[in-house]
Design a protein around this ligand. Structure first.
Ligand SMILES: N[C@@H](CCC(=O)N[C@@H](CS)C(=O)NCC(=O)O)C(=O)O
Length: 221
């Protein structure tokens, strides 16, 4: 039987993507918890450039970077729960939106959380711009993937959960039902799915972690 291992950290948004994809595909795996301040020799060996989680190890071969891992999982266990759309154009849109979340939205949230004055304002505008784009992208679909959770839903789990916890920790409401109706509805649908509820951490467990992180950053600045 194939040996599948995932190196991750508790409540890490990137490794949770990988775990969610494996769960959806029904692939059994061993989870290895890493300590960010004392990374295992295996993690450093498997991901020598970034030394980050997640790393998926499949029969001894490491794959790094969550978006690449998701595609690998989809291609390797192709018969169960397809993640990326079949249509090449839709596939390109899903990949574009995934990059938008990882590059633009996360970068903008960093400016909102740690920036001041003009930089923070710029971050707020960028957050709105990306959320508007994704809201529009949902059209009348239940999930980004259509009737079922797909690649982009998994990537956007960051918005459904971690983004909300960060908002709560900084005391700002950026993603409102009034402004982003479809995205808000999607979040409710997504977080109610059994597999999501079982395998993602709760918002309550994340908020204190972010509060502590922001307080530590303030104290050292
Ligand atoms: N682009 C990467 C980001 C991974 C990432 O940022 N991982 C964080 C945990 S959430 C990490 O390992 N941080 C430890 C460090 O950078 O030292 C991906 O998509 O996998």
């Amino acid at each position: 039987m194939a040996e599948v291992k995932v190196h991750g950290i508790f409540a890490g948004p990137f490794n949770k993507r990988v775990e969610l994809a494996l769960k959806l595909k029904g692939v059994e795996y061993e989870y290895i918890e890493e300590d960010r301040s004392n990374k295992s020799a295996e993690l450093v060996k498997y991901n020598p450039i970034y030394k980050q989680v997640p790393v998926l190890v499949h029969n001894g071969k490491p794959i790094c970077e969550s978006l690449i891992i998701l595609e690998y999982i989809d291609e390797t266990w192709e018969s169960a729960a397809p993640l990326l759309p079949n249509d090449p154009y839709q596939r390109s849109i899903a990949r574009f939106c995934a990059n938008l979340i990882d590059d633009k939205l996360m970068g903008a949230m960093y400016k909102v959380c740690y920036g001041k004055g003009e930089e923070k304002e710029k971050g707020l505008d960028e957050v709105s711009e990306v959320l508007k784009y994704l809201d529009n992208e949902l059209q009348d679909k239940k999930f980004f993937g259509g009737d079922n959770i797909g690649f982009l839903d998994i990537v956007a789990s960051y918005i459904a959960l971690w983004f909300g916890a960060i908002q709560e920790a900084i005391g700002m409401e950026l993603l409102t039902k009034q402004k982003f109706t479809k995205l808000s509805k999607w979040i409710d649908e997504f977080l109610c799915c059994g597999i999501v509820m079982e395998h993602l951490p709760t918002r309550e467990s994340l908020v204190p972690l972010y509060i502590a992180q922001f307080e530590a950053a303030k104290a050292s600045s």
